[in-house]
Design a protein around this ligand. Sequence first.
Ligand code: PGA
Length: 260
Amino acid sequence: MEILIRDTPEASAQVAADVVSKIIRERANLVLGLATGGTPLRMYQELIRMHQAGKLSFQNCTTFNLDEYVGLPPEDERSYNHYMRSNLFDRVDLDPAQTHLPDGDAPDLREACRDYEQKIKDAGGIDLQVLGIGANGHIGFNEPTGSLASRTWVKILSEQTIRDNAVHFDDPQEVPRHVVTMGISTIMEARHCLLLANGAKKADAVRRMIEGSVSASCPASILQMHPRVTVVLDEESAYLLVAKEHYKWIERNKLDWQRH
Ligand code: PGA
């Protein structure tokens, strides 16, 4: 894992935006995996700023999001479909036909999961997958103790995740209990993963992901088995890392071509 620690969430969002914009410029027909939640918002703002300044075009990108709530139609403002349109898609030159989210409103959810996997495959697989991490160590909505071999599937949210996500709903009772999420295997097949975390609330999950044993009790820990992961942290989310100074040492001593 490449671990990059910055003083503030603003500085870490800048690093994340640099990683994403670099691969967009370098690779034609890029397939980008995207995440929702509070964490990537600053990175999206920075990417929009680059686009508005004429320095970045998404015209040749295809996107696949990690997850969507079951039962919320795309026009529902609490859906991730709506989140993506208002926080990125409608503000850059992405072709709407090239953007994909799991269909949480499908009459047959199992078929929708299979269909999503097929679409990712048909697109040639994901080049760069953006990830957040839950306070319980989830990636996508793959909650602790779920299979580490999973593919896109319907998951039941844990009570902790429902509590964490209740801020986006008027009434905590309205938070859907079910989601469609890329599975752990789906995520692990992305050629490069970029995981972002900010704030002390994530520090324990970050420690377990990087320095704990690989275990379904912290699904993000499977990323230790991935050949190319960049983790971008602010100081608060990194504060429990035992080897924090070592990661900083490694970053300072990289050869130019080893930098993300
Ligand atoms: P957050 O969620 O960015 O809103 O903290 C991250 C996640 O649950 O993966």
